[in-house]
Structures are given as structure tokens and as C-alpha cells.
Design a protein around this ligand. Structure first.
Ligand SMILES: [Zn+2]
Ligand SMILES: [Zn+2]
Length: 134
């Protein structure tokens, strides 16, 4: 059994699958549902509109999309853009072209350096996010 502090509210909880306490998981699921329903009713909404009308922080909305839990309607190019080239995308973090390039690069890297594991990628991604928030 592993105890952790919830990164959102700071409460101590038993770590299972997600790095969130049960209260925040519940809240997150409610938020996710709000966003999903809002996008169903207003498929062309911008990120600002989604955040404003659902009360869910824009950062969380982006997370749902980047995690691939949510996908935008094909014609809605207002919300999400590729982290590499900035072209509009519907879900995830990169457009198809960049995703392919990254995969190729990762594949060739794998042969050279075995050091980069999933954990390290996670912290790199987080520190990048934190910097951008400021
Ligand atoms: Zn919490
Ligand atoms: Zn791209």
C-alpha cells in the first residue's frame, strides 16, 4: 500500500491507478462529463467558451483532450493545436505528421540510449507544462 499526497488538494490518499485522491477523481469525472456534454451540444465551441460555460478550468479541458479521453468534432479547429508545429488537431498532443516524426525519432533513439523510460518522459512533460502556466 502506497500513500501519496493528492497533487490537487494535498490530501493523503492510497495510491491506486490514478495520482489523485478519490474526492478529486470524482470531481475530475464530473468535470469531464460536463465538458463532454457541452461539446456534444456546442461542437464548435472554443476553449474559452468551454471553460466559461462549464466552469471547468481550461487547463483540465486541454488535459482531457491531450490524454485522448475527449475528441473534438472534425470541423472544430479552434481548441487544440499540435505541440510541435501548431497546426490544429482534434485529440492528443501532436498532429499525425509530427506524431509520425516523433515515433521515428524515438525509435532511432531507442537504439542509442536506453535511459529514457516512461517515468522520465512524464516529468519532462510536467515541467514543461508548469513553465507555461506562469
Ligand atoms: Zn485531492
Ligand atoms: Zn504537428
Amino acid at each position: 500500500m502506497e500513500l501519496r499526497n493528492c497533487p490537487v488538494c494535498g490530501k493523503l490518499f492510497v495510491y491506486t491507478v490514478r495520482n489523485l485522491c478519490p474526492d478529486c477523481v470524482k470531481k475530475d469525472e464530473e468535470n469531464f462529463d460536463k465538458v463532454r456534454r457541452y461539446l456534444h451540444d456546442f461542437p464548435m465551441a472554443t476553449l474559452e467558451e468551454i471553460a466559461e460555460n462549464t466552469g471547468v478550468p481550461a487547463k483540465s479541458v486541454l488535459e482531457y483532450l491531450k490524454e485522448g479521453r475527449l475528441m473534438l468534432k472534425k470541423s472544430n479547429l479552434n481548441v487544440l493545436s499540435c505541440e510541435m508545429c501548431g497546426s490544429p488537431i482534434l485529440t492528443g498532443r501532436y498532429c499525425e505528421k509530427c506524431a509520425r516524426e516523433i515515433k521515428n525519432k524515438m525509435d532511432s533513439l531507442k537504439y542509442r540510449a536506453i535511459g529514457l523510460n516512461e517515468d522520465m518522459k512524464g516529468t519532462l512533460h510536467l515541467s514543461k507544462l508548469r513553465k507555461r502556466e506562469k
